[in-house]
Structures are given as structure tokens and as C-alpha cells.
Design a protein around this ligand. Structure first.
Ligand SMILES: NC(=O)c1ccc[n+]([C@@H]2O[C@H](COP(=O)([O-])OP(=O)(O)OC[C@H]3O[C@@H](n4cnc5c(N)ncnc54)[C@H](O)[C@@H]3O)[C@@H](O)[C@H]2O)c1
Length: 347
């Protein structure tokens, strides 16, 4: 590997998702070298530092002053996104920031202004943009394999336990900015936007079946796209066990595409030729992989895209501003549930 083509990066927040990013760097972004590990929890920073040979820091400011890196990968609780991103931009760094960009549009705008002032690369880590299954489904829709799209359904479901004890920060609304829709629900909104374009308005009901979670743990929503297409979007975080079924169903005039749930899930095409369904292979770098492995690879594929954008000036698959779409959709879902009315996403 040519040393000059290396992007030195600081991992900021060495918690749960940092492990997935690190694994992704190793598998799919060899042009990235982790040179700093930052966490207010020193043990976590040291653990990642030991694993990577990076220098550990317990504050971002310290790392920005003394660390050797030109980019930061920010993986902090949502309420800390704005401060960390603005500090990094002010220090002239390239920034990849975990979703959601921030919890209010005003905070997002301040981050985008700081990014423009810095003139560096800015990406939101919305890995669904790189899910090989979502990309393949987009190709199939664009190629007219299922004819004209009539409607679609998205279901983001997860069991509430076991493993959820105490109060994780994402159960605190003042930190997370909401519940599942602004958090993991974004990964179900992005593919819908990839396939069908921009969402115009939403109407939603939300609930809190998971009592210890302050934000919503249930969403039933209708999303009307600018094209006129209406899609149902469900998100649920409840129950001890969630059964098999579908994550996405896209119905067209000539057939249907289904993406199943879970690590054993498949992508299936149903049409006249295949009334019982045919499996569509999921591939990464030309090799067939399971749906789950394809989803995991997306963490690395997104960081590789970021590194190429910084090192080679290539365009990102989706720029940071595009990620406003998921934040705006979640906020519109919240307004709709409160007012019991259709809410515009972009106004
Ligand atoms: N894309 C995905 O699939 C996915 C999955 C999980 C989480 N996330 C996102 O990643 C981000 C982090 O989530 P997580 O689950 O890894 O959380 P986490 O709690 O596991 O990790 C966050 C880490 O940040 C540290 N921290 C908190 N405040 C800090 C500060 N001011 N300076 C330095 N370190 C600080 C904590 O000590 C902790 O180690 C969130 O934006 C979340 O939405 C994305």
C-alpha cells in the first residue's frame, strides 16, 4: 500500500458501532489507517488503541491538538454530534459522522455551515446506501423487472430483549432526539429514498410499547413520495422475540421483490416466470454473500467511499446534505403523530 495514499483517521467514540467500523476498515478500506482512538471512557479508547496501534485520547480537543490524523469518524450519542463535528471542521478535518446528522434541523444546518466553511469532505455514515441488497433492488426497479411500482412496505422490527437492562442513552429522548424512527429507522428510510426518490409528506401514529424507552418504540406511517407513490413504513422495538417475515416488499405491475428479515434472510423476486419466487444473489466485490454479510460489509464500503472522496476527490454515493432526508422524515413523523395530520417533510 502506497503510504501517501493512506487516510489517517481518528475514531471518536469507541463504543458499539466503532467495532463494526473497525472491522469494515480492515475488510474493505485498506486505504484507512486508524491513528487515534478517542473516548471519555479511557478503557474503551485504550482497547481500540491496543487493537490498532493508534494513540488513545480521552477528549476530542486533546486529539485535535496532539493527534496525527486528517479525518475523524464520529460515533457518539446523538446530542454530542453537533459539538464534535463543528470542532473537527474548525480544526480543518474531514468528517464522517454517524447517523443521524443531529436531532434538529437547526443543528444540522450549523454542522453543514461548518463543513462548507472548512471546505473538507463531509459524509453521514448511513450504511444502508451501501447495502448490496438495496443497490440490487434499485437496479431491478430501474430496469423495470417488476414493471411500474404500485406500492411498497418497509418493516423495521427488533425484539426488546434480552440484553436491554438499565437505561441506554438511546432510551433518553433528550440525548437520542426521539425513538426508533430517528435512530435505526433511518436504515429503512434510506432504501425507500434510493428506490423511489424524495418523500413529500407523512402521516403517522407512534407508541411506546417499550415503557423504559422515552422516545417512540412503535411507528405506523404512510409516506407519500413526490412521485405520488404511497408506501407503508412500520418500526417496532418490542416483544421478547420477533418472528420471521419481510423487511421490504415492493409491488410492481409485473411482480414483487421481497427482502426477508434476519441474518438468514434472502432477496426474492416473484413474477410470472417465478410464481414461487427466485432468490436474487447478494454480492460484494463480485462474490455472492449472505444478506447479513452484505449488510455488515456496508460499514466498510461506506468508509472506503469516504476515503476515496478525500484522497481522490471522487463523489460520495450520497453527500451529507442528502442525509437530511432521514432526519426530516423522522421529525415529520413526530409532528404527524402529535398533530394527527399529514406533515410535509421538506417545509
Ligand atoms: N449505523 C448503524 O448501524 C449504527 C448502529 C449503532 C449505532 N449507530 C450510531 O453510532 C453512534 C454511536 O452509537 P453506539 O451504539 O456506538 O453508542 P455507544 O454508547 O456504544 O458508544 C458511544 C461511545 O461514545 C463515548 N462518548 C460519549 N460522549 C463522548 C464525548 N463527548 N467524547 C468522547 N467520547 C464520548 C462513550 O463513552 C461510548 O464509548 C450513534 O450516532 C448511533 O446512532 C449506528
Amino acid at each position: 500500500m502506497d503510504e501517501r495514499r493512506q487516510l489517517k483517521i481518528a475514531l471518536v467514540g469507541c463504543g458499539r458501532i466503532a467495532g463494526a467500523h473497525l472491522k469494515g476498515v480492515r475488510a474493505h478500506a485498506p486505504q484507512i489507517t486508524v491513528t487515534a482512538a478517542v473516548d471519555i471512557d479511557r478503557d474503551r479508547a485504550v482497547a481500540i488503541a491496543d487493537e490498532t496501534g493508534a494513540e488513545p485520547f480521552t477528549s476530542l480537543d486533546d486529539a485535535l491538538r496532539h493527534g496525527d490524523f486528517s479525518a475523524v469518524d464520529i460515533m457518539l450519542p446523538h446530542h454530542a454530534h453537533e459539538d464534535a463535528a463543528v470542532r473537527a471542521f474548525t480544526a480543518g478535518k474531514h468528517v464522517v459522522l454517524e447517523k443521524p446528522m443531529a436531532t434538529t434541523i437547526e443543528a444540522c444546518d450549523r454542522i453543514l455551515t461548518a463543513a462548507r466553511d472548512a471546505g473538507t469532505t463531509f459524509m453521514i455514515a448511513e450504511q444502508a446506501q451501501y447495502w448490496p441488497d438495496a443497490i440490487e433492488v434499485k437496479r431491478m426497479i430501474d430496469d423495470g423487472i417488476i414493471g411500474d411500482v404500485i406500492t411498497a412496505r418497509a418493516y423495521f422490527g427488533g425484539a426488546a430483549g434480552p440484553g436491554i437492562t438499565g437505561k441506554p442513552w438511546r432510551f433518553d429522548k433528550s440525548i437520542a432526539g426521539g425513538g426508533i424512527c430517528i435512530d435505526g429507522g433511518s436504515h429503512w428510510i434510506r432504501p425507500l429514498r434510493m428506490w423511489f426518490g424524495e418523500i413529500d409528506e407523512v402521516v403517522a401514529v407512534t407508541g411506546r410499547p417499550l415503557a423504559e424507552m422515552e422516545g417512540e418504540s412503535l411507528v405506523h406511517a404512510l409516506m407519500r413520495f413526490r412521485s405520488g407513490l404511497v408506501v407503508t413504513y412500520d418500526a417496532l422495538h418490542a416483544g421478547a422475540v420477533i418472528g420471521a417475515g419481510e423487511q421490504f416488499r415492493v409491488t410492481g405491475s409485473l411482480g414483487e421483490i421481497v427482502i426477508e428479515r434476519g441474518r438468514t434472510g434472502r432477496v426474492l423476486l416473484f413474477d410470472r416466470e417465478h410464481p414461487d419466487g427466485v432468490e436474487i444473489p447478494v454480492t460484494v466485490d463480485g462474490s455472492v454473500v449472505s444478506l447479513g454479510d452484505g449488510r455488515s460489509a456496508a460499514y466498510g464500503l461506506q468508509l472506503s467511499d469516504f476515503a476515496h472522496a478525500v484522497l481522490d476527490g471522487t463523489a460520495l454515493a450520497a453527500d451529507a446534505e442528502h442525509s437530511l432526508g432521514e432526519v426530516r422524515t423522522a421529525l415529520a413523523v413526530y409532528r404527524s403523530a402529535e398533530t394527527r395530520s399529514w406533515q410535509k417533510v421538506w417545509e
